[in-house]
Ligand binder design. Structure first.
Ligand SMILES: Cc1cc2nc3c(=O)[nH]c(=O)nc-3n(C[C@H](O)[C@H](O)[C@H](O)COP(=O)(O)OP(=O)(O)OC[C@H]3O[C@@H](n4cnc5c(N)ncnc54)[C@H](O)[C@@H]3O)c2cc1C
Length: 482
């Protein structure tokens, strides 16, 4: 993975620069000792790591603003960081950048049940947002599998989704407002505690912008009353094609499950071994969950089971109680961890039209044979968000490169099938050079002009999202002011 050469000028003024940061933050919140910055050298795309210049951990929006002002004046790049769970290398530092972590900023600022909103500092973890309102019968809907660890900051930057987003939408559909600090330290308020805002949809632009436009420090999120109940059904099939056709038919029928999750045989076996979820022995497994009152659940599941039966399932099992439902979800939620026990893997993220599932799954199987690497498929089938897990051995010379080449083919396949390079993990460094598959030069130029407006010196989150060759002119304009 190519990264730009660090600026000698920035490296040369490290000591003086860090002293300046310490005039704003307490010594323990400016970390430059190599043993301590090691924690921040990569995110969950651990194949790539780089020690940053230093790490800062501000505690308030004002401190973020003061830090950014200094970095702007000094011409030092900044990598915003939530919890570092990005699978796309979105929070990977460069040697001449400051990692700005928001993990100390995790307070709930306001809870308003009348208007069903909560305002939090963005270092708060996803799951603890629900944790703050759970006892009062509310929840925050987007549920990435990493929700115990990942922060709202990263969720906003990546427009994260999760298993239950088929019904409730992803982060952008549950985000009402943000406080954001621009690279020059200016604090802006975007959106508010209500649906939509006047003027351009700035919030839509910020959500999913991967730390390219500003540092988001506070967020107003929609919270929802907890549903009366929920029940999953397991549906096993003898082939990926049949399971894909069933998903297509469920979506076509107009019922709206909260989740339709897919696992293939490779994943089912590994997960069963790990979580003892009671999954059947079959080629493809769907977990379909619906919510509502007992009557609503029965009615929706009635339609779903009827559709499932027309495809001749090898197993069709409805959860009989809360324990069985929890076990079914434990299996799915631990799938990534379980796969990690058998080998290194790269988790891809691409989106396709649901009707293309059978074709794309077949092609992934062919690519697996061609490249000689095993693939497990586990993904949000209801919205066509695929997560092929390519297994490889990081200690075997050449295996990572083969894995990346195969991953690139799969992502190109998603675009070819009418989909998109990313569903919820973002572009980061992982898909940066593949952006040209999806966008032509004019498209990329238009997107980079947006960054020009927010971050004219191109100091925020360097070398992510835009192919290096397309963005090199702009990056080269970075001029240290002091
Ligand atoms: C096991 C596992 C399972 C996962 N499952 C899912 C899943 O189901 N759905 C899903 O969508 N993702 C999933 N992910 C990916 C990851 O958890 C998400 O992308 C998450 O939103 C990242 O949050 P974070 O706080 O860890 O962000 P980080 O990794 O710290 O950063 C991610 C990006 O956000 C930017 N950023 C961070 N903070 C700010 C800020 N304050 N202002 C502006 N930009 C900022 C960073 O620069 C970077 O580009 C999974 C990851 C793992 C490891």
């Amino acid at each position: 993975m190519e990264m730009p050469r660090p600026s000698e000028h920035v490296l040369g003024k490290k000591t003086r620069f860090i002293s300046r940061l310490k005039t704003i933050l307490a010594d323990e919140h400016v970390i430059s000792d190599v043993m301590e910055t090691r924690v921040y050298e990569c995110d969950a795309l651990a194949a790539y790591a780089c020690q940053p210049l230093c790490v800062v951990l501000p505690g308030t929006t004002e401190e973020v603003s003061a830090v950014l002002k200094i970095c702007h004046e000094e011409g030092v790049p900044v990598v915003p960081r939530g919890s570092g769970t990005s699978l796309a290398g979105g929070a990977l530092p460069t040697a001449d950048s400051v990692v700005l972590g928001v993990s100390r900023m995790s307070d709930v600022l306001e809870t308003d049940y009348d208007n069903r909103v909560i305002r939090v500092q963005t270092g708060r973890t996803n799951l603890s947002v629900t944790g703050a309102v759970d006892e009062d019968g509310f929840f925050y809907a987007p549920d990435p599998s990493s929700q115990l660890a990942c922060a709202i900051a990263g969720n906003i930057a990546m427009n994260s989704g999760g298993a239950h987003c088929l019904k409730y939408g992803v982060t952008t559909n549950n985000l009402l407002g943000v406080t954001m600090v621009m690279m020059d330290g200016t604090v802006v308020e975007i959106g508010g505690a209500h649906m939509d805002a006047g003027g351009y949809d700035w919030l839509g632009l910020i959500c999913g912008s991967e730390g390219q436009l500003g540092v988001v420090t506070e967020a107003t999120l929609r919270i929802l009353p907890k549903p009366e109940g929920a029940r999953p059904v397991l549906i096993g099939y003898s082939s990926a094609e049949i399971a894909g056709a069933c998903v297509s038919d469920i979506i076509k029928a107009g019922v709206l499950p909260v989740a339709i999750e897919y696992m293939d045989k490779r994943v089912i076996e590994v997960v069963e071994d790990y979580a003892k979820a009671g999954y059947p022995d079959c080629e493809a497994l769907l977990i379909v969950e619906v919510e509502g009152s007992p009557e609503e659940i029965d009615e929706q599941l009635g339609v779903i089971k009827q559709i499932a039966r027309t495809h001749d399932p090898v197993e069709l099992r409805e959860a009989q109680d809360a324990d069985e439902a929890a076990r079914i979800w434990l299996g799915r939620k631990s799938a990534f961890g379980a796969m990690g026990q058998i080998n290194d893997y790269m988790c891809l993220d691409g989106t396709i039209p649901v009707s293309a599932l059978p074709y794309v799954l077949r092609r992934i199987g062919e690519l697996s044979d061609e490249y000689g690497l095993d693939v497990g498929n586990v993904f949000h089938a209801g919205d066509g968000n695929m997560h092929p897990l390519i297994l490889f051995d990081a200690n075997k010379p050449g295996d990572l490169e083969t894995c990346e080449a195969m991953g690139a083919e799969i992502l190109k396949l998603c675009v070819e099938a009418g989909g998109c390079l990313t569903g919820e993990h973002g572009v980061g460094i992982e898909k940066r050079e593949l952006m040209t598959v999806q966008f032509n030069t004019a498209d990329l130029e238009a997107q980079m002009k947006v960054k020009d407006v927010f971050d004219p010196a191109w100091l925020l989150n360097p070398a992510k999202v835009f192919p290096l060759s397309n963005s090199s002119d702009r990056r080269d304009t970075i001029r240290p002011a002091a």
